[in-house]
Design a protein around this ligand. Structure first.
Ligand SMILES: Cc1cc2nc3c(=O)[nH]c(=O)nc-3n(C[C@H](O)[C@H](O)[C@H](O)COP(=O)(O)OP(=O)(O)OC[C@H]3O[C@@H](n4cnc5c(N)ncnc54)[C@H](O)[C@@H]3O)c2cc1C
Length: 342
């Protein structure tokens, strides 16, 4: 059988340094960039026995060794407004292909007054990656506006639609992250037209306190200002955002920590566990702004590990282990990485 697109190149021993925002070096045994779903299926068929990894813009992953398999970097773009924009329906449905830039899509929605994504402004990455770890910021999570995720099963090539419930979304998790079996090709969002600002997040409320009735554009602008003040630009100082997940601890552990640190952020969850702040624990363990060789934590936000010049992901691992060890020693709490390590 002839390939659908004889021009679709497979690159061998392909350098991945520019495909991860930590800028670690690693070679992919095979690399391809399908532009259509047909090309993607062909690519999967041609390499059915290979281990597979999907990369969007690489803002949430890094490498410690070469990848012995097929790296797929989809380049499948397009936005389809399912609802009629002219009609003033309250509910808006939009299908967006995986390789669209996340923040450009958020800007597109905010400009049109489509409500629901504004708190998730300026998160780097692609639309296809958003459901993978259920991206979240400033009191919002993408799961709250996803109606459906369309994905290809990388083993069978079959296209499957996942309803919101079938995505099994959780804090920085989903069925896609757990199984690594599906390549997301598009996401259907359910947005609204009516906007009422609900104060949910301290920093954001503070940023908006001068505005009596914030619009969604005000919220987006405020989120962008806060993020630009607090977070490093990964294109200037390589990093992958929050390195660790915020841990869930027991009431007993919380009480013990509160004796010495009464300002510990602690949020009671429905299951009785307490969600606390990894940044706080790292800071109080002496790792805020600490640098060892080329790796360190960002001075303004200790949850972000930054790379000052290494090309070896193992340097990041060594630093990560030091931070985990320090937090475990100080608080008896285990920090789990949010970033994907390959
Ligand atoms: C400065 C900075 C700030 C950040 N802030 C936040 C934040 O506030 N909140 C937050 O949640 N995250 C944040 N992140 C993390 C990151 O931006 C998100 O996880 C984003 O969704 C990653 O998109 P990506 O396209 O770069 O994904 P990648 O890094 O390429 O991939 C991430 C994971 O998703 C998988 N994947 C990617 N695309 C697909 C696809 N189409 N189908 C199947 N699997 C796929 C990959 O295999 C990998 O496991 C931040 C990162 C940086 C650098």
């Amino acid at each position: 059988m002839k390939p659908i697109n004889p021009e679709m190149d497979y690159y061998r021993q392909f350098q991945l340094k520019n495909y991860n925002s930590f800028k670690t070096e690693a070679l992919a045994k095979i690399f391809c960039q399908p532009n259509t779903i047909e090309e993607l299926r062909q690519c999967l068929k041609d390499h059915s026995n290979e281990k597979k990894l999907v990369i969007g813009s690489g803002c949430n992953l890094f490498f410690t060794k070469d990848f012995d398999g097929l790296v797929i970097h989809p380049d499948i773009k397009g936005v389809r407004l399912i609802s009629d924009e002219e009609e003033e329906d309250e509910d808006i449905f939009i299908e967006v292909n995986a390789s669209e830039d996340w923040d450009e899509f958020v800007a597109y929605c905010v400009e049109r007054g489509f409500v629901g994504l504004e708190n998730l402004s300026l998160i780097p990455g692609t639309v296809g990656a958003a459901p993978i770890q259920n991206i979240g910021a400033y009191g919002a999570e993408v799961k709250d506006v996803i109606r459906e995720v369309v994905a290809v099963d990388m083993e069978t090539g079959e296209t499957i639609s996942f309803s919101n419930a079938e995505c099994e979304f959780a804090y920085r998790n989903s069925i896609f992250k757990r199984t690594e079996k599906y390549l997301v090709i598009s996401v259907v969002f359910h947005l609204k037209r009516t906007f009422v600002y609900t104060p949910k997040y301290f920093d954001l409320n503070k940023e908006l306190e001068e505005i009596a009735e914030p619009t969604i554009q005000d919220v987006r602008d405020a989120v962008i200002r806060i993020r630009q003040r607090k977070l490093p630009d990964e294109k200037v100082l390589p990093n992958a955002g929050s390195f660790f997940k915020n841990p869930y601890i027991t009431q007993k552990q919380t009480d013990k920590i509160l004796i010495k640190y009464p300002d510990l952020p602690a949020y009671l969850q429905k299951d009785g566990l307490i969600k606390t702040s990894a940044a706080f624990l790292i800071d109080k363990s002496g790792y805020k702004g600490k640098r060892i060789g080329d790796i360190g934590t960002y001075p303004n936000q200790p949850l972000i590990i930054v790379n000052y010049g290494s090309t070896d992901g193992n340097d990041i691992i060594r630093f990560m282990k030091e931070v985990q060890h320090a937090v475990k020693g100080t608080f008896d709490v285990e920090l789990e990485p949010e970033v994907r390590i390959f």
